[in-house]
Ligand binder design. Structure first.
Ligand SMILES: [Zn+2]
Length: 412
């Protein structure tokens, strides 16, 4: 089998897709179910159909482009990613896995390969949380990680519900029909840019993902007492921001003291009320993101946060309330897919790094119902979710080649 990637074709498709954007180039903004997103989807559907793939959509707008295998009853070998992009993002996040996946299928077609299992490109709806405040909307529904009733309660910033918006975009049917039947996939493999600096730093062209970390998100509200910055003397203060400062450091300390490099915790937002130079902060809201590859270790950090909340509340006479917004379990990748990826790398004499995905992806959720793994390619300086996100043509082509080989192994 002489697999060859159409480099120019693939790169030009990446440029074409980047032009479907609500931001000025080189930035890309493509929010789910906007007119721009729908135009991009229509273009992509056309590209898939030109290669003889049959395209269908489910009720949430996940797209399935299928190349029938010789055994149509056999479970599907899946690949894919997402094409939605947060405001002012770049052109490679998700896209490399979608257009690379399409090109991998075409490369297999060109060299005369005939799959036994059908190979299906899956384009997930709303991997990014921009519109509905929850990431991986499509893959959560596919895997049953999000129930239709919970999905129906989600709204965008204008108050429009998921159901209104997706039906308005032309995706009919019931959300109950989105969940894939068990055993649907034989395997699923997602090609993606690393979104971190490790591969580039270690001069390695590819990463095979063995675990996907998952975040827990919390909101902490602290209520103290405000007052005049001159008049209220120090012994009488119940300063909410000073309490928040202690809590932020306690969270940092909890993550550091697990002793594991994979534990990370971040306070990314700190809102201070009333926020005046001569006014004692009476209320603070913090947003906390805690991640790990190990569920128990991550939950230990959440526990430590709760303990710190109680201690600081007692010590400073402030009320501290923490609310768990979301806590997805991290995922292990499947040996069968990891092995197929490793074998493909070896066959093409490419070295790779076995690594953890620090960001989470649709594969985390598909991993609950199917054997999954991911293939990473380097991206410059680890930059992602910004206009100067960049993956080199050589890296994109290499990743696509290994993906094609892997799909062949898994579907033979
Ligand atoms: Zn992505």
């Amino acid at each position: 089998m002489n697999l060859e990637i159409d480099r120019d074709g693939l790169l030009s498709e990446i440029e074409t897709l980047a032009a479907f954007s609500d931001a000025e180039a080189p930035a890309v903004t493509r929010i789910v179910f906007t007119a721009t997103d729908l135009k991009a989807r229509a273009w992509l559907k056309g590209r898939c159909e030109q290669s003889g793939l049959k395209v269908r959509y489910d009720a949430i707008g996940n797209a399935f482009a299928r190349w029938d295998g010789s055994d149509r009853a056999a479970p599907v070998v899946g690949t894919g990613s997402h094409i939605d992009a947060i405001p002012n993002a770049g052109k490679y996040d998700g896209v490399v896995g979608v257009l690379g996946g399409l090109e991998a299928i075409r490369a297999l077609q060109r060299c005369g390969f005939r799959p036994r299992n059908s190979i299906e490109l899956l384009v997930f709806t709303s991997e990014e949380p921009t519109r509905f405040g929850i990431g991986c909307l499509g893959s959560r529904l596919l895997s049953g990680a999000l129930l239709p009733a919970a999905a129906r309660k989600l709204t965008d910033k204008d108050g429009a519900t998921v159901d209104e918006v997706r039906r308005g975009a032309g995706f009919e049917g019931e959300l109950e029909e989105v969940k894939l039947p068990s055993g649907y996939h034989k395997a699923f493999v997602e090609l993606h840019i690393e979104q971190g600096p490790r591969l580039e730093r270690e001069h390695l062209p590819l990463g095979v993902v063995t675990k996907i970390a998952a975040p827990a998100s919390l909101r902490v509200s602290i209520e103290g007492a405000g007052g005049h910055a001159g008049a209220v003397l120090m012994p009488d203060r119940r300063d909410a921001l000073c309490a928040a400062a202690e809590l932020i450091l306690a969270i940092e300390n909890a993550a550091r003291s697990t002793g594991a490099i994979d534990t990370v915790a971040t306070v990314g937002i700190c809102e201070v009320f009333p926020g005046a130079v001569n006014s004692i902060p009476s209320q603070v809201r913090l947003s906390v993101d805690i991640r790990d590859t190990d569920l128990r270790r991550r939950d230990d950090v959440i526990q430590a946060l709760d303990t710190a909340c109680r201690a600081i509340s007692a010590k400073r006479q402030v009320s501290v309330r923490s609310e768990l917004l979301n806590a997805d379990a991290p995922g292990d990748c499947a040996p069968i897919v990891i092995e197929a990826l490793s074998q493909s790398c070896r066959k093409h004499r490419l070295t790779f790094l076995s690594m953890v995905s620090r960001a989470y992806h649709d594969s985390l959720f598909i991993g609950r119902i199917a054997p999954v793994a991911m293939l990473f390619i380097p991206c410059r300086d680890g930059y992602s979710h910004r206009p100067d996100e960049y993956a080199s043509p050589d890296d994109i082509v290499r990743g696509t080649l290994v993906l094609a080989e892997t799909l062949a192994i898994l579907s033979a």
